[in-house]
Design a binder for this molecule. Structure first.
Ligand SMILES: Cc1cc2nc3c(=O)[nH]c(=O)nc-3n(C[C@H](O)[C@H](O)[C@H](O)COP(=O)(O)OP(=O)(O)OC[C@H]3O[C@@H](n4cnc5c(N)ncnc54)[C@H](O)[C@@H]3O)c2cc1C
Ligand code: SF4
Ligand code: SF4
Length: 492
């Protein structure tokens, strides 16, 4: 499981970014000004009160220790798998009783000073030392195991869970609690990224209910999974909002998703760390797919995980497909594929999926824009459009790479542009000073193009897509004529 869990930004609000200052102020500053510890009472009231309505929302959005672990300690954390015993009932209940016993003992001891000048200082100091204990123990676990290892058995988290159960039993959570919700399970890439970035290492993608919601009591509603899901299908919603979402969801392009057993029949080296894999379908023997769709390849069973790849072939007889995969440095899935997948292996696929790049039959002018590995769907798309009697009269392909030797299927695109008057191939290099090709990014070329009446399909890096999208709008292309797909989440 090396490289499995991903360190990523978890602080999407000022409170989450800076609440850690409160922890340091109370736990360290309180050693000199013990009354600062009394502020912790407000924290305890806040976390208990909110958990009646929203479960562990506090832990993911307001907790000052959580902010310290996520913001300050995460960069130096080993970020390992959280051991199961830290999540076990014995640990959670045992530590809760141990903590409460010690804490109550200290508070009762201080109560004998009630009415004296020193009472508030002494009471504050109890909270200061408790806060300091959490900072040291939680901090060490955070560095050597995982930023949120402490939170698995934090007594305040246990109080929240108890209060939440009470709130739920009296109906207080029904209208207020937002849960992670998935637009539709058929749109999920099963990539497991929601789990790989989750502070608690939960597995929402394997646990969504019939109502499309994730009901795990430990979810701290931090939205890290929402921000990182490449399919952009997660959100935090109340029960009512989730029901409304299900009623309005469109799953066009995903209706034919199915499990497929397939055999690898060919692996071609196309460049440094770039390979084309061809699969022949075994069961079912025929699968209908459209150029522009993508397919999932299973990389492991435990936890179940797939990787999404654009189909690079055109569908000639529904018996096979190809994908082109670039190995990502330290990438979890691509290293499994590159090291373990051999010709003759039987693998599990799922799909076909997606309609973002499936070209509208009524289009007359089409512009394809791809950069990096994002060029791959356009191989099958150009082949499909040019070989059938589609209404498209003009196809342009803008292909951006860093160096001239990185272009994929350049020979194919060049000969296609010589054979077909309808097709124009425009390769652009961004870093290759010795190349005779156009220099710059695809965005530079886009600015100078006449795009009247074009439908535009883009695939590649998030930056390229966002920048191109804005240029296209400035040039008068309508929003409904722009389609895109990326391996990163894009919310526009
Ligand atoms: C619809 C769609 C189509 C796609 N088509 C193609 C295609 O045709 N060809 C292709 O090659 N790819 C394609 N992809 C991308 C592909 O699905 C995989 O994401 C890609 O192969 C990388 O997988 P991986 O498991 O090796 O990398 P991962 O391990 O998932 O890493 C991916 C990125 O995550 C970050 N990351 C990972 N681990 C860490 C860590 N520990 N700390 C910090 N950051 C980390 C890095 O930025 C890394 O570059 C497509 C994706 C989508 C969504
Ligand atoms: S499932 Fe999502 S919202 Fe819940 S804790 Fe994990 S990342 Fe945060
Ligand atoms: S991150 Fe991946 S597995 Fe999780 S919901 Fe999104 S697409 Fe599905």
């Amino acid at each position: 499981m090396e490289n499995y869990y991903i360190k990523t930004n978890r602080t999407f609000s000022s409170i989450r970014k800076y609440a850690w200052i409160f922890t340091v102020l109370v736990a360290i500053g309180g050693l000199w000004v013990p009354k600062l510890g009394l502020l912790v009472i407000l924290i305890m009231i806040g976390l208990t009160a909110t958990s009646f309505f929203t479960g562990r929302y506090w832990c993911g959005n307001f907790c000052p220790h959580g902010s310290l672990f996520d913001r300050v300690i995460m960069p130096i954390s080993f970020n390992k798998k959280i051991p199961n015993f830290l999540k076990s009932k014995i640990m959670i209940v045992g530590f809760f009783l141990f903590f409460m016993y010690n804490f109550s003992r200290k508070v009762i001891g201080v109560s004998s000073f009630w009415g004296s000048y020193d009472f508030l200082n002494k009471l504050g100091f109890v909270f200061v030392t408790t806060y300091l204990m959490v900072l040291i123990t939680g901090g060490l676990l955070s560095i050597f195991i995982n930023p949120r290892a402490w939170c698995q058995f934090c007594p305040m988290g246990s109080i929240q869970k108890l209060a939440y159960k009470l709130g739920k039993s009296i109906g207080a959570t029904e209208k207020n609690e937002k849960k992670i919700s998935i637009e539709h399970p058929d749109k999920c890439h099963m990539c497991g990224k929601c789990s790989r970035v989750c502070p608690f290492q939960l597995t929402p993608y394997l646990e969504f209910g019939e109502d499309h919601q994730f009901h795990n009591i430990n979810c701290i509603k931090c939205a890290t999974c929402v921000e990182n899901c490449p399919a952009n299908i997660l959100s935090l919603r109340t029960e009512e909002e989730a029901t409304e979402m299900i009623e309005n969801v469109c799953i066009e392009g995903y209706e034919n998703r199915q499990r497929i057993r397939a055999k690898i029949t060919d692996i071609k080296e196309l460049g440094k760390d770039i390979r084309e894999y061809t699969f022949i379908f075994i069961s079912p023997e025929k699968v209908d797919y459209k150029a522009g769709q993508f397919i999932l390849i299973k990389i492991q069973d435990e936890p179940k995980a797939y990787r999404a790849y654009s189909i690079s072939s055109a569908n000639e007889d529904s018996t096979k497909l190809s994908v082109i995969i670039e190995r990502v440095e330290n990438g979890y899935g691509t290293n499994i594929i590159f090291n373990d997948f051999k010709v003759g292996d039987i693998v599990d696929l799922e799909g076909p999926m997606g309609n973002e790049l499936v070209v509208d039959n009524s289009a007359e002018k089409v512009l394809f824009v791809g950069n990096g590995i994002g060029i791959t769907p356009f191989i099958g798309l150009t082949r499909e459009i040019l070989s059938n009697s589609s209404s498209v009269k003009d196809i342009k392909l803008l292909d951006g790479q860093r160096y001239e030797n990185e272009f994929l299927y350049k020979g194919y695109f060049e000969s296609l542009s010589q054979e077909e008057d309808r097709f124009q191939y425009i390769p652009v290099v961004s870093r290759d000073k010795n190349s005779s090709l156009k220099k710059g990014y695809v965005t530079h070329v886009l600015k100078d193009m006449n795009l009247d009446g074009y439908k535009v399909y883009m695939c590649g890096s998030k930056n390229m897509i966002v920048d191109s999208y804005n240029i296209l709008l400035d040039k008068g292309v309508k929003k409904e004529d722009i389609f895109y797909e990326s391996e990163e989440r894009i919310a526009m």
